[in-house]
Design a protein around this ligand. Sequence first.
Ligand SMILES: Cc1cc2nc3c(=O)[nH]c(=O)nc-3n(C[C@H](O)[C@H](O)[C@H](O)COP(=O)(O)OP(=O)(O)OC[C@H]3O[C@@H](n4cnc5c(N)ncnc54)[C@H](O)[C@@H]3O)c2cc1C
Length: 283
Amino acid sequence: MSQGTERQFAVADCIDMALAARRQGATVLAGGTWVMRDPLRGQGLPASVVVLSAIPAMTEIAIEADRITIGVSATHAMLADALRNLAGLEGLVAAAEGAANPAIRRVATVGGNLCTVDFPAADLVPAFLAYGAMVELATPEGTLLLKMPEFLKERRDLLGKALLTRLHLRRDVVASAHARLPLRKAGDYPAAIVSIAVDREGAIRVAVGAVETQARRWTSLEAALMGEPEALGLPDHAADLAREHKEFTGRDGVEAEGWYRCQVLPALVHRATAALPRLETRA
Ligand SMILES: Cc1cc2nc3c(=O)[nH]c(=O)nc-3n(C[C@H](O)[C@H](O)[C@H](O)COP(=O)(O)OP(=O)(O)OC[C@H]3O[C@@H](n4cnc5c(N)ncnc54)[C@H](O)[C@@H]3O)c2cc1C
């Protein structure tokens, strides 16, 4: 931080206090692994920050028989530890424990990952999209519950005044997987990500991250896989379906060109379906 600049640091002990700080222009500081690198991106550090992790519910991960609630101040490491060995949650665990490196995973939060609007390669975003998570926001007008796609569409505007507080998962997913292609020259950020989840009704959701500026569902592949669900147990065939159902326009970046991000998607579909727990072996 530059000398002579007065910066304000507030630790909120309740949501109202955090919202009041936001209204006065404070930026949410979670793990800081993105915010503190703002100067590397040519942006100044925020003059005023508010920390949410002292609000008890924000770090809680509550696991019940039919649902899971995740406070957004939980770190990647906390998330992976809490969900490990739970049927259906394999993709989220792989996303949380495959991102970055151990030191970053110990401080980087779920909220920071979902609220970094200009970061297309966030691992948890496609994983929560595929899972079918709902997000909870605290806004000056009250609590708002949104499906992930709506949140992603609106998040730049919403986060101007709202706070992300919790994620809600129904425990209806029976198998999930997360496959990513990290590149050394991208600082190990993934160049492309494929997350897949299958629910107990047989619905199949596939989400792609890092390829376009925002993660989204691969709806044509989802429809193809629903038509041929046996492909989930045949990774070569699933990859062929991925080749037949191209629908992404890759973004060019210093770490990878757009065509390459699209080119690797069938291989990631192969890896994700191969990693998917076999349906008949699940309890
Ligand atoms: C070396 C390195 C490697 C990385 N590798 C990966 C990787 O492989 N995969 C990956 O996904 N990411 C990676 N990251 C990127 C990134 O740091 C993470 O995405 C991280 O999850 C951000 O979380 P944080 O808690 O540190 O967020 P912060 O930096 O504290 O905040 C990030 C943004 O979210 C906002 N915010 C945070 N919480 C809330 C909230 N509750 N409500 C509203 N706004 C909020 C902040 O105001 C800020 O704008 C890496 C970072 C580093 C430094």
